[in-house]
Design a protein around this ligand. Structure first.
Ligand code: TXE
Length: 482
């Protein structure tokens, strides 16, 4: 059975403990590989490799760093099919989605930061009349930690690693133990691209063991984390007293506000995607749908009709729109919310049932589920479910829509469907979300700040925000004569 090894100092190595975790294929429920079950000793080895590599890498020219990142991007592009197949097998998502989104975005992450670093600069301030000149240095932090989740495995793993190394840091990175395969494959790609040994170290294992060891390591200067809000809280509690820089991209419970004056057909097509893409396992999915009363009945009917057409199948079938959920335990967690919804008086308009897929009988399949609720404060409207489940309810006024949109502890993204410019500006300014998509969804320009507020996290990724996170600003003030 294939072993998923750690990638430390440019070599694939076994965990010191020689212990392994089972890696499941969600499409058929079978164990198909073994994952290095690493601990603090493996993290220390990875840290030492990163520490040794740091002086040279942080003094590598911007052009050379850029060249290597662009080479990694090209190699990911060349290995698109192999990586997409690995991602679909490991996560359960449709191969078509991995081919179209996950892997191209992993490549784009390296290409974007390979270019961005050649444009990144800092400020100078002349204290006029005082013979004083100030300039700001933006120096790499040193060894940094990157920890990522299972929903968009290579996409989110590289979204952290690319800016970290572009800025001159060296990295100890841990992917989710639920979906480690493409992170494992990234190691040899980096070696092939000529990334010097020790610049990137990939250690596999569980959160409480390998992950915790990264967070509590006294010489790892910053933590860039994406995952659940509860875990984010725990990481913050550990890292804050150590005064580490923290970037926390956490959960979401995103509103989708649909006004009667929207482009209805476009809205309907995109809302199916924003509800169920990646089996609803994207922190940016619009899982709370609010529809203006005049079109509520029509929307309810049309939305159910459209969702009924979605094909639930194994990830490798080109026709599949909805693949397997990532794990048995996650399937059970999502199902538990459907039961809670029924207890709370929600009405299941469509879905709610497990699906048996021919030849993949032991896979983790669930119907896309639409629940009509009457109280926006009910649990299925307040808690992140992170599966193919959305709620819908009507609203009368803009004020009511905005009040309900903001009435959750999360504040990650939001979607607004309207053709009214003034309303767009009013709502965009008042909605409590780090991202507002208007007449679109998951439309991403990597230069923009990415992240949420409230319980959706702290800090922003993307563009120069990410390069600023991974550097320390130092003011140099020079007094000169005459
Ligand atoms: O996240 P976890 P998971 C949400 C969503 C999902 C929940 C759990 O609600 O159901 O998070 O998903 C590592 N110290 N999102 O299990 O558990 C862990 O090993 C250090 C939203 O993926 O937070 C993994 O690598 N690390 C999110 C990573 O943290 C620890 C996308 C994420 O694990 C750790 C995914 C610890 N003590 C899930 N405990 C988004 N915003 O995109 C765990 N980890």
């Amino acid at each position: 059975m294939q072993k998923i090894l750690n990638y430390i100092n440019g070599e694939y190595v076994e965990p010191i403990s020689k212990k392994w975790l089972d890696n499941y294929n969600p499409s058929n429920g079978e164990v198909y590989s073994q994952i290095a079950n690493s601990n603090a000793e493996d993290i220390e080895n990875a840290y030492q490799a990163a520490k040794v590599a740091f002086p040279k890498w942080s003094n590598t020219t911007i052009d050379e760093r850029s060249r290597i990142l662009l080479k990694i991007a090209d190699l990911i592009d060349e290995k698109l099919v192999e990586l997409a197949e690995a991602e679909a097998k490991d996560n359960g998502k449709p191969l078509s989605l991995a081919l179209a989104v996950d892997i191209p975005r992993a490549s784009a992450n390296f290409r974007f930061f390979g270019n961005a670093i050649t444009q990144f600069s800092s400020e100078a301030h002349e204290s006029v009349g005082l013979n004083t000149m100030n300039f700001t240095l933006r120096q790499p932090l040193g060894v940094v930690g990157c920890i990522s989740p299972w929903n968009l495995p290579l996409y989110l793993f590289t979204w952290k690693i690319a800016p970290a190394i572009a800025a001159g840091n060296t990295v100890v990175a841990k992917p989710s133990e639920v979906t480690p395969m493409t992170a494992f494959l990234l190691g040899e790609i980096c070696s092939e691209a000529g990334l010097p040994k020790g610049v990137l170290n990939i250690v596999h294992g569980t959160g409480p063991s390998a992950g915790q060891a990264i967070v509590e390591h006294k010489n790892i200067k910053a933590i860039s984390f994406t995952g659940g809000t509860k875990t984010g809280e725990h990481i913050a509690r550990t890292a804050a007293p150590m005064f580490k820089k923290l970037s926390l991209e956490l959960g979401g419970k995103n509103p989708n506000l649909i006004f009667a004056d929207c482009n209805y057909e476009k809205m309907l097509e995109v809302t199916v995607r924003s509800s169920f893409a990646n089996q609803g396992q994207i922190c940016l999915c619009g899982s709370r749908i609010f529809v203006e009363k005049p079109i509520y009945k029509k929307f309810k009917k049309d939305f159910v009709e459209k969702v009924k057409q979605l094909k639930i199948g194994n990830p490798f079938d080109a026709e599949t729109n909805i693949g397997a959920l990532v794990s048995k335990s996650h399937l059970e967690k999502v199902e538990s919310y459907i039961k809670i919804a029924e207890k709370e008086g929600g009405k299941i308009l469509f879905g709610g049932n497990r699906v048996t897929v021919k030849d993949f009988e032991n896979g983790y399949y669930l119907e896309p589920t639409i629940i009509e609720v009457s109280d926006d404060q009910c649990r299925v409207n307040q808690e992140e479910i992170f599966g193919p489940v959305v709620t819908i309810m009507p609203f009368e006024t803009e004020e009511e829509a905005l009040q309900m949109a903001n009435s959750v502890k999360y504040g990650l993204s939001s979607t607004l469907w309207t053709s009214d410019l003034n309303r767009t500006m009013r709502i965009s300014k008042k909605i409590e979300a780090g991202i507002v998509w208007v007449n679109t969804w998951l439309n991403r320009d990597l230069r923009t700040p990415f992240g949420g507020m409230k319980d959706s996290g702290v800090g922003r990724e993307g563009g120069f925000e990410a390069l600023r996170f991974f550097t320390e600003a130092k003011n140099v003030c020079i007094r000169y004569e005459g």
